[in-house]
Design a protein around this ligand. Structure first.
Ligand code: MN
Length: 242
């Protein structure tokens, strides 16, 4: 890498908790608590949540308050990207009071053209494009900037990775060449319930998987623990949570 960042960081990456879906995701709240615990247990510097935190917009205010309180228990920043189940449009859950009164460590990407959240003291910039509509026209990686100086650039995206051989056109597509060309050091993906590595070129790109485990095999939950190291670069491992 031509421009290696200077600071060592560890990120805890998760997605797709689907809070508020007792039928489909009955253990979602317990899984979210386990994710919060996993941040300190694994000495994470930051929590990344790559979309579909909430299953739908009918979730109660109490659930939103509960979630915000959980985030407030963290000693680290929490970075949240809306997904297709928790879109950032007029009736978004992220416009409700719970998020207006959230603790200062919680950051929600709201700009549908993409925005950078910068943490200069930590040497990291995060980019994400909040999803207003889950359609083939929405491109989750479109508009990602290049890394700045000595900062890590980590992007969050919620969408469907298209393998070269895929012929069907899905909503919120992410293409291999886009990932390879993106320039970010790590791409934190959400939308798939399984952990999958879709790294391309020099870009490490990973679906963390749902912290409840894939649908149909509950109890096998994991988070992705990502190490950003100026000497050895980007690496990650899947860590089981309770
Ligand atoms: Mn999704």
């Amino acid at each position: 890498m031509e421009n290696m960042p200077e600071k060592k960081l560890r990120l805890i990456h998760t997605s797709d908790t689907h809070l508020g879906d007792p039928a489909g995701h009955p253990e979602a709240s317990a899984a979210l608590v386990s994710v919060v615990e996993a941040v300190a247990r694994n000495k994470g510097d930051m929590l990344l949540i790559a979309g579909d935190v909430f299953d739908n917009e009918r979730v109660s205010d109490d659930l939103l308050e509960w979630f915000v309180t959980q985030m407030g228990h963290l000693d680290t920043p929490a970075i949240l990207l809306p997904g297709n189940h928790d879109l950032i449009h007029e009736t978004s859950v992220y416009h409700r009071d719970a998020f207006r009164n959230a603790s200062e460590n919680l950051f929600v990407f709201r700009d549908t053209d993409g925005e950078v959240l910068s943490f200069p003291d930590m040497g990291i910039d995060l980019w994400g494009r909040a999803m207003p509509m889950h359609t083939p026209q929405f491109k989750p990686l479109e508009g990602m900037p290049a890394p700045v100086e000595d900062n890590w650039l980590v992007a969050l995206a919620h969408g469907h990775f298209h393998y070269e051989e895929d012929r069907d056109q899905r909503s919120s597509p992410i293409y291999p060449q886009e990932v390879a060309d993106s320039g970010c050091h790590y791409l934190a993906l959400g939308h798939w319930d399984r952990h999958v590595d879709v790294s391309q070129g020099n870009t490490t790109a990973v679906y963390s998987g749902c912290p409840l485990g894939p649908i149909g095999s509950p109890g096998a939950g994991e988070v992705t623990v990502v190490d950003l190291d100026p000497l050895s670069g980007v690496s990650y491992r899947q860590v089981t949570i309770n």
